[in-house]
Design a protein around this ligand. Structure first.
Ligand SMILES: Nc1ncnc2c1ncn2[C@@H]1O[C@H](COP(=O)(O)OP(=O)(O)O)[C@@H](O)[C@H]1O
Ligand SMILES: Cc1cn([C@H]2C[C@H](O)[C@@H](COP(=O)(O)O)O2)c(=O)[nH]c1=O
Ligand SMILES: [Zn+2]
Length: 191
């Protein structure tokens, strides 16, 4: 009997999968997402990249890192649009996943089941340290999870939390260094 796991040449189906890149703000999620997507483009794979329409922080269309590294993307209003627009590609990238609706995990599952490599980046926790939007469900169904860390601006230890310095209490508040700082557990708890 021939086992395809030992002989990749015999595999006929593309292996779809879900990868999640998570962590605090400034931890390098977008950079890591862009790195993986660029490599897929170099491999001449058909790549589609999406972000929520509401995320206009650096650019209307591009996915942009805090260091101004960028890649073209399609802003969409809901996760159902990702299913429609991404279904014929080989690799789908999604940034700022925490802002999407609760259907995003189901959308990613459908795409992965079609053989598509789905790479999702997002904040695992909000400014209160609570799980953010569809991220916990995405982490549960992912084949591969990468948790990246920023540097705590208070003490220099690895940071997993996004501390909000702005006064707003609303869950969604777009911003960067003027409103947030990455902190380690202990500095986050000090408030
Ligand atoms: N406190 C910090 N810790 C780590 N990186 C920081 C910090 N402040 C600024 N940066 C910059 O942010 C970059 C990461 O940006 P980005 O990939 O957009 O992060 P994320 O998407 O996780 O918010 C780092 O490469 C670094 O240059
Ligand atoms: C913690 C937290 C963050 N946000 C916003 C702030 C930024 O616009 C994005 C995160 O971007 P990054 O690429 O991870 O730096 O999310 C928010 O709206 N609510 C929060 O609690
Ligand atoms: Zn600290």
């Amino acid at each position: 009997m021939l086992f395809t796991e030992h002989n990749p040449a015999l595999r006929t189906k593309p292996a779809g999968s879900i990868e999640v890149i998570c962590g605090s703000m400034f931890s390098g999620k977008t950079e890591e997402l862009i790195r993986r997507l660029r490599r897929a483009q170099i491999a001449r794979l058909d790549v589609e990249i999406f972000k929520p329409k509401t995320d206009t922080r650096y650019d209307e269309t591009a996915v942009v890192s805090h260091d101004q590294n960028s890649i073209h993307s399609t802003p969409v209003e809901s996760s159902s649009a990702i299913l429609l627009l991404g279904a014929n590609s080989q690799v789908v990238g999604i940034d700022e996943a925490q802002f999407f609706d609760d259907e995003l995990p189901e959308v990613c599952t459908k795409l992965a089941n079609k053989g598509i490599r789905v790479i999702v980046a997002g904040l695992d926790m909000d400014f209160l340290g609570k799980p953010f939007g569809p991220m916990p469900a995405l982490l549960a169904i992912a084949e591969d999870i990468t948790k990246v860390h920023a540097i705590c601006v208070r003490c220099g230890n690895p940071a997993s939390y996004s501390y909000r310095t702005a006064l707003s209490e609303s869950k969604i508040l777009l911003g960067e260094k003027e409103s947030y700082e990455p902190r380690c557990r202990s500095c986050f708890a000090e408030g």
